[in-house]
Structures are given as C-alpha cells and as structure tokens.
Write a protein that binds this ligand. Structure first.
Ligand code: MG
Ligand code: MG
Length: 255
C-alpha cells in the first residue's frame, strides 16, 4: 500500500534527511587511503547518534539476506554495486567508493547514497559517477505531480542505457516513510506515462546504480549481502529520498 505523507510528516522526514546528508558528508571527509570501512561506519554512527536519530540499516533484515545487516552504512568498493558490508578493508588510492546511509528520526526514515573516489578519479570513473548522478537528477526532475512513476524510472534508465551501462535488475528505488523500504518499488528502467500516478505526499527513494561494463549480470558475495558486477567492472550508486509536492519534487536528503 502506498502511503501519502502529510506536510507535518514531510517536515520530520526533511530533518531525517538532513541527518543522513550530514552523515554522508562526514564519511566523505574522513575517507582517504589507509582508512578502513569500519572506521567510516563509526563516523556515520556518531553523526546519527549525535543528532538523536537511529540507524535505518543496523540489524535491518530483508527476506533476501541471510543475516541482519551489521553496519550503519553500506560501503561498496569498486566492483561492488550496493550493500557492501563495512569491514576492515583499508581504502587505497583510486578506489571507487559508494556509501549508502539511512537514519530514522521520530519514526520516519531518510535514505541516500553517494559515490566518490579516493584521490583523483580515472576518466572512466569520473564519467561513470557523472552519468549516475545525472540519472538521479533526471529521476528527481520527473517526480512531479501529474506524472507517473514510470516517468521517473524511464528518466533514470535512459541516462544509464544511453551511456552504455549495465543496470542490475530487481534492485532500485522504493517508497520511504515509517519503513525504510515501502511501496511503491521504483525500478531503474521503465516506460514513461505508465504506473502509479505521482501525487503530492508520495515519498520515494530514487537510486540509480550503474555498471560500467555494460552487462546487466551481477553476483551476490558469499556474505549474502554485497552485489558485485559479474564482469568485475566498476559500479556507481547515487540516491536521494524525494517528496512529490504540489510545487514539484523536494529532495529530503539534500544537505
Ligand atoms: Mg540507500
Ligand atoms: Mg534506498
């Protein structure tokens, strides 16, 4: 069931979103060669706790996963697309790092992700990040009242396919509210003019994840969580939680 949010609820969700943005900014500021993914997890945990919120990810246990998620962030490096478990891996120059983070404030969640490199990006990584973020922006721009959910999916997918990237099937955006993942599901490809009508109060996470190798195949790591490109190519992931309002889309996880 799709739940529309009231103006008061959107105000709370904006605060949850700000906390997520602050956590991501803090992680990015600390990320450098030699730092471990667990250290970055602790940085995000401190920001969330300090803001009086709780982690949306810690102990989250969806049906596809064998164990509850053990981190506050997903840290997905290089060929890992999404859902990387933060561990003792030490970042190295040239790593392509996606950080996904969620926080819950007063019962409402925010969910956002960024991708960056350790040190200057290769030109291929720079292009992959630029296009993935452009797909997010296109999806956000399509999240306006009077449109359809398929407009968002089509906008995201056209950027990814236009750039020749692979798109993992079965993973993408989703409704956000009292639960981190709720209806509707927001695929990263679709047909404009189709699907759920976009009404004021609808809140969705839009989250393009593209694979540089151009194939759609992915594999799951033995931990049951991390999705990796099957061809070993690199992947990028950007995400915002977005409210459809009468005045157009509002990015709740903007800084
Ligand atoms: Mg996320
Ligand atoms: Mg999400």
């Amino acid at each position: 069931m799709v739940e529309l949010k009231t103006a008061d609820e959107l105000a709370v969700m904006r605060e949850a979103g700000r906390i997520v943005a602050a956590a991501l900014a803090a992680v990015r500021a600390e990320a450098r060669a030699g730092v471990t993914l667990l250290e970055l997890d602790a940085v995000a945990a401190d920001v969330i706790r300090g803001a009086g919120a709780t982690s949306s990810f810690l102990n989250y246990h969806p049906s596809f996963a064998p164990t509850p998620f053990p981190g506050v962030i997903c840290a997905s490096v290089n060929e890992v697309i999404v859902h990387g478990i933060p561990d003792g891996y030490r970042l190295r120059d040239g790593d392509l790092v996606s950080i996904d983070c969620g926080a819950c404030l007063d019962g409402f969640h925010g969910d956002s992700a960024i991708t960056f490199t350790i040190g200057p990006p290769s030109s291929a990584d720079a292009t992959l990040m630029k296009n993935t973020e452009a797909a997010l922006e296109a999806g956000v721009a399509a999240a306006r009242p009077g449109g359809r959910l398929g407009d968002v999916s089509a906008a995201v997918g056209e950027v990814g396919r236009g750039a020749g990237y692979g798109i993992p099937q079965g993973f993408g955006g989703h409704g956000v509210g009292r639960r981190m993942h709720e209806d509707p599901s927001v695929p990263n490809e679709g047909r404009s003019g189709r699907g759920l009508p976009l009404r004021p109060g609808l809140v969705i996470a839009i989250e393009p994840m593209f694979m540089a190798g151009g194939r759609d195949r992915f594999v799951t790591k033995p931990d049951g969580w991390a999705l990796c490109t099957a061809d070993g190519s690199r992947a990028a992931h950007f995400e915002h939680t977005v409210a459809v309002t009468e005045n157009g889309p509002v990015v709740l996880t903007a800084p």
